[in-house]
Design a protein around this ligand. Structure first.
Ligand code: FAD
Ligand code: DLZ
Ligand code: SF4
Length: 512
């Protein structure tokens, strides 16, 4: 029997620099498949499905043009068995492959599906590295082997040293590891950030196919003009644009939020990174090169802030995910059970911050980090929403949402449902913080200075109620002590008023 190998390429494994693609080999076929199981494990944003399918189709065409033997199974192919495992099983038996190969999946669910399949296939099966990340889960575990808890900063320093990123010998450049204190300003009135980079792709065929196949989705898309980068060339253009136009003020306005500017100085690189169209190291190196060549126009604080997101947070979250799955998915520290309010699917609320963050998410498949953490995430945390519902929303709505990165960010960092595995304290705030970092409050029905009355900002009431409600769980946390010190100074009468108002707010949560 002649040897014949089938290699699976998942929708988030589109790296042309993977060693599989050094050169075409006789007897090796590659397969990509659009499957109902992946398109519907949560209701995805329509732009997310379109982005994945467009990127997969473009990658298959690129491989074909380079002489690789590619099989592509479209969603509407009558022979499609609509799950990864059943398609592979069928291909292996019908084509008599002698070997099946797959890259290690980024997501636990898919890894489990493929590992189980591999163990029952009649032919040999081999799992190889995806060659994408800077670190392995074993490296993550080795960094923390003698520590009581995970600390991102500690991990990040090890990655900086390991890859010689912004280093001056064995010291950090500028003699500091972290320049956060210089970053994070509100957008000044009248300041207009550069236009976000957009592409213009006709995706009518995919959108029509999804409708015909009755794939449930959320959000909106302009099928005649799809704007996200979905090829490597477009992703590289997005990276270039970031380094020249956005990096100079990336850190400064990293946490700012604005009604008129949805992307501000953010890179829009998360889809390209998470689908492996770009590697984290090349993105980091491009930013450092731009900094070095900028003759002082790009400060160290800006580039360090950016490098930290990718070399630090992104790799750290992956380490947490693979160290704590599958249990992490079920953690619910506060035992929250409240359903997600309906306006998370429509943006129809009087709370202006939520209205903007949600509407933007529905229209773009995107909100930046602080909108995700301090607006939508802050609200669901304070309101005691069931973390399963919160995860489902985040996993569906964002173009970059793949479980390995969504879950630790949502259930861990944002909802503190892990009780402090990812972060040392819950990221929660009253309306004061939202007002400090945005222009949302000035046009809101609610008043960010008030707790009570018809116009009292729900974030204020819920913030104090959250602290009171969870006193037994949080009071001893030194990083949240300040809130409890202020609470201790509050009169019993005020505390009772807050609890009553919060009850009213939560009973009428759908009408806020
Ligand atoms: P930029 O602000 O330009 O940052 C550059 C890059 O840094 C990003 O592309 C991303 O790769 C990386 N990065 C920054 N912060 C983080 C972080 N906390 N974790 C991991 N990588 C980070 N990111 C995802 O990629 N997928 C998700 O599903 C996701 N869900 C999130 C859910 C919540 C509740 C929160 C608070 C954050 C989430 N993030 C997620 C992290 C972050 O919000 C996005 O990576 C970022 O907004 C993507 O936009 P950008 O490419 O313009 O990022
Ligand atoms: C997100 C997604 C979607 C919508 N569709 C597909 C698909 O049809 N085929 C595929 O191979 N991958 C798809 N993906 C990405 C996967 O669901 C999954 O999130 C990653 O492969 C996990 O690492
Ligand atoms: Fe949001 Fe409160 Fe500000 Fe309104 S007043 S935008 S609800 S923080």
């Amino acid at each position: 029997m002649t040897d014949r190998t089938l290699r699976l390429i998942l929708g988030d494994q589109l790296s042309i620099d993977h060693s599989w693609f050094t050169q075409p080999t006789t007897g090796v076929d590659y397969v990509l498949m659009e499957v109902r199981s992946e398109a519907s494990y949560v209701p995805h944003h329509i732009q997310k499905i379109v982005a994945f399918f467009s990127a997969m189709r473009a990658f298959a065409a690129e491989l074909d043009a380079r002489g690789f033997s590619v099989r592509y199974i479209r969603l509407d192919d009558p022979a499609n068995r609509q799950s990864l495992a059943s398609n592979i099983e069928h291909l292996v038996s019908s084509t008599a492959y002698t070997r099946f190969e797959y890259q290690e999946p980024d997501e636990y669910r898919v890894a489990h599906e493929l590992d189980t399949l591999a163990s029952r296939l009649s032919c040999g099966a081999v799992k190889v590295s995806s060659e994408h990340f800077l670190t392995t889960p074993e490296f993550f575990q080795s960094v923390f082997k003698d520590h009581k808890r995970y600390v991102m900063e500690l991990f990040y320093r090890e990655v900086r040293k390991r890859y010689d990123l912004l280093m001056d010998g064995d010291k950090p450049l500028g003699d500091r590891w972290n320049f956060d204190a210089e970053n994070r300003k509100k957008l000044p009135t009248g300041h207009t950030p550069p236009k976000p980079i957009e592409f213009s792709r006709d995706v009518r065929d995919i959108v029509e196919m999804l409708r015909a196949q009755k794939i449930r989705s959320i959000g909106t898309v302009d099928p005649a003009r799809f704007t996200w980068p979905i090829t490597r060339a477009e992703s590289l253009q997005t990276l270039d644009y970031f380094c020249s136009a956005l990096l100079p003020l990336f850190g400064t306005y990293q946490d700012a939020m604005h009604t008129e500017h949805r992307f501000l100085y953010h890179s829009k690189l998360s889809f390209a990174l998470n689908t492996h169209l770009l590697s984290p190291l090349e993105v980091i190196h491009a930013a450092i090169k731009a900094f070095e060549g900028s003759k002082g126009e790009i400060s160290l604080a800006q580039v360090e802030g950016f490098v930290r997101q990718i070399a630090g947070w992104r790799e750290f979250m992956r380490g947490i995910y693979w160290t704590h799955m599958p249990d992490f998915k079920d953690l619910n520290f506060f035992q929250n059970t409240r359903p997600l309010p309906g306006y998370f699917w429509t943006g129809d609320t009087k709370m202006n911050c939520l209205k903007h963050a949600i509407t933007q998410s529905l229209e773009e498949g995107y909100a930046h980090h602080i909108q995700r953490l301090m607006v939508t995430g802050n609200f669901t945390l304070l309101a005691g929403i069931d973390p399963n519902a919160v995860d489902e929303w985040y996993l569906g709505i964002y173009i970059d949402a793949i479980e390995w990165v969504q879950l630790p960010n949502t259930r861990g960092m944002s909802q503190f449902a892990d009780g402090g595995i990812v972060g040392t304290k819950p990221y929660c705030s009253s309306g004061q913080y939202i007002n400090k970092m945005s222009n949302y409050c000035s046009k809101c029905f609610y008043n960010y200075k008030e707790k009570f009355g018809e116009r009292g900002c729900p974030f204020n009431t819920l913030y104090w109620d959250f602290l009171m409600r969870n006193k037994a769980l949080l009071e001893k946390n030194p990083r949240i002590g300040m809130g409890y010190q202020l609470l201790a100074k509050m009169s019993d009468q005020d505390k009772t008023r807050i609890a009553e108002k919060a009850r009213e707010v939560l009973e009428n949560i759908e009408d806020l």
